[in-house]
Design a protein around this ligand. Sequence first.
Ligand SMILES: NC(=O)c1ccc[n+]([C@@H]2O[C@H](COP(=O)([O-])OP(=O)(O)OC[C@H]3O[C@@H](n4cnc5c(N)ncnc54)[C@H](O)[C@@H]3O)[C@@H](O)[C@H]2O)c1
Length: 318
Amino acid sequence: MDATNSPVRVAVVGMGNVGATFAYALLLRGVAAEIVLIDVNHAKAEGEAMDLSHTEPFAYPTRIWAGDYRDCATAAITVVTAGAAQHPGETRLDLVKRNAAIFAEIIPEVAKQSPNGIILIATNPVDVLTYLSLKWSGLPAKRVFGSGTILDTARFRHLLSEYFDVDPHSVHANIIGEHGDSEVPVWSLANIAGMRLPDFARATGVPHDQFQMDEIFKQTRDAAYNIIQRKGATYYAVAAGLMRIVEAILRDQHTILSVSSLVSDYYGLNDLCLSLPTIVSRCGIEKVLHLDLNDGELNGLKNSAEVLKKTISSINLS
Ligand SMILES: NC(=O)c1ccc[n+]([C@@H]2O[C@H](COP(=O)([O-])OP(=O)(O)OC[C@H]3O[C@@H](n4cnc5c(N)ncnc54)[C@H](O)[C@@H]3O)[C@@H](O)[C@H]2O)c1
């Protein structure tokens, strides 16, 4: 079938917590006409397809089935969530060898079947796996990217909104760099209604000091550890974030999201993937925005880049 006349298809590889919750969020949003579910455990994908398809009468007409990589052929976007998740106490970078081996099988197959589609990575460590996916797919950088710090930025905005008692949609603040321990809060540009946070605090009578702000950042950065310790995994917020990225692509929304993509000549950083505020549209990565960072933030970003480069160089790319 000619891809331009096909119903809008999204493929999801990996039907675990993240993949199944994402498919559910996508179904409820009604932005895809077809959702194909792929997992090495085909029975799991079949079970999820059956369960999800019974949601359809309460949501939108959507064709959902358990498929294989050939079904990626006409997919506008293939979202990859397959692989091992963190165990309590494990960092995202600890997962790298296990998940790189899985990606070496998955990514060339997806790219072969869907050379004109977009590949969106969620599996951790997401920045490293996005970089490997770019290399292993051979697709253009604007069509291979990761969910990056979209989740951390959501956690940050949520916590700031609670502290300042405003809607999180009104909080403009970003986490950049690695989706992981070296991530960086961009305090210097954080604002509510265009007012820097200390000014907003003064205007509304909310106490403000850097110690409290640092606590908010620590809770943001360590949220996954705290959730995994209690319930074993995190998936609702990342699934909603993936759904938001997919919606921005399919509806050509030019939304600014902190996704992880190839960095080129960004304060001298090159040839790695990390998160920066990025315009996301139907073509994928429309533009990575150049932020006016202060010295501390820039040092933090460079440290994040170094951590990621070290991890990438520890993997055999052949
Ligand atoms: N990017 C983020 O913000 C974010 C947030 C939460 C979790 N994650 C990551 O997402 C990944 C998935 O987490 P989860 O909780 O869904 O894990 P999970 O263990 O519940 O599911 C993983 C799924 O991948 C499948 N799988 C494994 N190897 C495969 C292969 N070769 N081909 C196809 N499918 C394969 C498994 O059968 C399983 O169903 C983890 O790496 C986790 O760290 C990312």
